[in-house]
Design a protein around this ligand. Structure first.
Ligand code: OAD
Length: 314
């Protein structure tokens, strides 16, 4: 935690900083999507982790742990349908980040969110780092074969564990080869083994028991590396250009994203917009409240048209 003597202390200071900045890093978390009804993770009663108590895990974060997934993917797939992106809407806060982009002020939006709503709001791919990945693609945990994420949505919605089409195909091919070998060895044998019937009657269910072939959305689980673009862009590009940091709707509990703020030069002003204060980071300005309301007020004072309706509270 760094001690800072800051010359900024009011919302108008925040507005001035935003109006004068040219290269803003916006670092976002689950709090910017909650007004769409998507739960955050750590809010005490409405957060996803509070809702997962019924799973009986020692730590609810285990649902996003890669070792847990490898041991038992059904734990993740029990809850996956509840966190599947299912909206084409975005919030005033997403609109605010887009407005910064339109005004040529957005350096990068580092988002920890997996809902991909930044893309729906029009944040350009080159300005967006989805630090924890997203549901946009899915990969096989064994052979790394990657497919569009939507391909596995029907399985997720039906509560099935999605299989890797490539692994299944190669297992079927292997099964076919061993079937032919057995037939040539056994001649006219009528005995039916698993793969020694005349027809290829192996099903995907037969192959379930074979190792491998589980698809996982390309979300960065605990124990996995963040995408290379995260540290590449931060250390080789943004660090030298950034002139303002705006952190919105995150508890900053998860490294390495939580380390972005202390990593950047201390003289770069940093502001925090969220419902809950953080005690482990000293920001120059804290604006506590609903982020949609805060950004709307910042825009009003800046004389900017946010051009997005507020979402009524549920
Ligand atoms: P958290 O749930 O930890 O924090 C969300 C923060 O947003 C909290 O401080 C809330 O008080 C605040 N918040 C919620 N709704 C808000 C609103 N409408 N306006 C303003 N603030 C609001 O979520 P993250 O910090 O994003 O990782 O969590 C970080 C990572 O932990 C996630 O990416 C996820 C999780 O484990 C993975 O899935 C791998």
């Amino acid at each position: 935690k760094r001690i800072k003597l800051t010359q900024y202390n009011s919302v108008d200071d925040a507005v001035d900083l935003i109006k004068n900045a040219k290269n803003i890093i916006v670092l976002t978390g689950a709090g910017i999507s909650t007004s769409l009804g998507i739960p955050d993770f750590r809010s005490k009663d409405k957060g996803l982790y509070a809702k997962l108590e019924y799973l009986g895990l020692s730590d609810p974060q285990e649902v996003f742990d890669i070792n847990t997934f490898r041991d038992d993917p059904s734990i993740f797939y029990t809850i996956a349908r509840d966190i599947l992106p299912s909206t084409d809407r975005f919030t005033p806060t997403h609109a605010f980040i887009h407005l910064l982009q339109q005004k040529g002020k957005l350096l990068t939006n580092y988002s920890q969110n997996i809902d991909n709503i930044e893309s729906i709001a029009g944040i350009l791919p080159e300005k967006l780092i989805q630090c924890h990945g997203s549901f946009a693609t899915a990969s096989c945990v064994e052979c790394k074969y990657q497919i569009p994420g939507e391909t596995i949505f029907p399985d997720i919605k039906a509560g099935r564990i999605p299989k890797c089409p490539k692994c299944i195909a190669s297992l079927k091919a292997q099964a076919g080869t061993s079937m032919k070998r057995k037939r040539s060895q056994n001649g006219q044998s009528k005995k039916r083994g698993r793969y020694d019937s005349g027809a290829d009657d192996s099903t995907d269910d037969d192959l379930d028991t074979a190792k491998g072939g589980i698809m996982k959305p390309d979300i960065t689980f605990f124990g996995e590396q963040l995408p290379d673009r995260f540290s590449d862009r931060l250390t080789n590009h943004d660090k030298h250009l950034v002139d303002l940091v705006i952190v919105i709707g995150t508890s900053l509990k998860v490294a390495p994203v939580s380390e972005v703020v202390p990593y950047l030069p201390a003289h770069i002003p940093q502001m925090y917009i969220s419902k809950t204060p953080v005690s482990h980071v000293n920001f120059d300005i804290d604006m506590l409240g609903e982020c949609d309301v805060v950004v709307a007020e910042l825009c009003r004072r800046a004389g900017w048209d946010l051009n997005h309706e507020m979402i009524p509270e549920k």
